[in-house]
Design a protein around this ligand. Sequence first.
Ligand code: GAR
Length: 200
Amino acid sequence: AHRLVVLVSGTGSNLAALLAAHTDPAYGARVVGVVSDRPGVGALDLAREAGVPTAVVALRDFPDRATWDRALTEAVRVFSPDTVVLAGFMKLVGAAFLGAFGGRTVNTHPALLPSFPGAHGVRDALAYGVKVSGCSVIVVDEGVDAGPIIAQDVVAVLDDDTEETLHERIKVVERRLLVDVVGRIARGGLRVEGRRAVVG
Ligand code: GAR
């Protein structure tokens, strides 16, 4: 099966969805490793419960970002991934990482890019006052949530939404989209032609 390494920083609800999907051989992809930049997060527990090996590469354990990025790259390389999935990974990957895994690293983001990139996509969309938001799965490049868009789905913003309620509704759609896209990449491949990302 197509080998997935999933990078996480937090709860791991998107990881959980991938771990639920990969038990079906027809899915075509298997999570072979989970790497976190933060120790003690829920996503690491989910991986361990699923019997998937984990690694932690924390920025604060390294003298600078470039050294951290090289360590992260090596931690991922150990698992020989076909595709790397950033699922709630809240750090920017650097040049070494993109040199190794560029073009086959995807990220999920809780807003309709190119609107509201960054660490607070849900909060920023609410603050702007948009009436629809959603989620985006993109190819990772050197920009901040700026790579070619692979797939998106929409969620209505309700008048009484808070960041938490909107994010929860987005996450329901987001995990379904991520699982679908990653499975299609595993079975059909990912091509990037300029700004255009095509799966299958
Ligand atoms: C997800 O909604 C993901 O899109 C977002 O963090 C959440 C992680 O949830 N990522 C970003 O905002 C990246 N800019 P999870 O840990 O439960 O999968």
